[in-house]
Write a protein that binds this ligand. Sequence first.
Ligand code: 5SP
Length: 214
Amino acid sequence: MIQIAPSLLAADFGCLAEEINKIELAGAHLHHVDVMDGMFVPNISFGPVVIEAIAQAAKKPLDIHLMIEKPERYLADYLKFKPKYLTVHFEATTELANVVATIREAGSGVGLSIKPDTPVAAIIPWLDKIDLLLVMSVEPGFGGQKFQPQAIEKISEAKAYIEEHDLQVKIEVDGGIDAITSPQVIAAGAEILVAGSAIYSQSSYAIAIEKIIG
Ligand SMILES: O=C(CO)[C@@H](O)[C@H](O)COP(=O)(O)O
């Protein structure tokens, strides 16, 4: 089953609880929560204080995407929300074994993300240790960017390896996902689709979600 994880980055933070309620009623499976530190990516979003408010309003699970340098410094601050997935960037840490162990011990799913220029080959040794591979189809940092089609080939490559080795890793894709790009990434093997502007910019979130995941 294809799941949709609307990116709260595109929501109206002036009425966050209402937005969370609306998107859940519209069919969201997960809330994608983008944490940006202004170092790993050239933008700053929010951290645990805001996620506390999100967690209180949300009934659906959280899918937290850490776009931060050395995420090992802050894992506990996000694991306390018991996210379904806590995702770190392959490029952001030299402590990946410890990061994976810490997330797993806390009971959250282990997510690993790669930027557009990082090849799938780089994370192959980690695929049997994680639950989620997040393939970025834009440079992380900002919503509303254009989908980079080379993500399709990367998803296919990862999917082939996952199937060949009978692994239980789900592939998630994030960046420029809309009604045009979603069929392409689904055909390639993505099972969780993150979409921000294509959903939160619309008057009906339910129709927007329906257009993306059918
Ligand atoms: O992580 C990010 C951006 O870094 C994403 O989650 C975006 O927020 C998705 O936004 P759209 O491309 O769907 O507008």
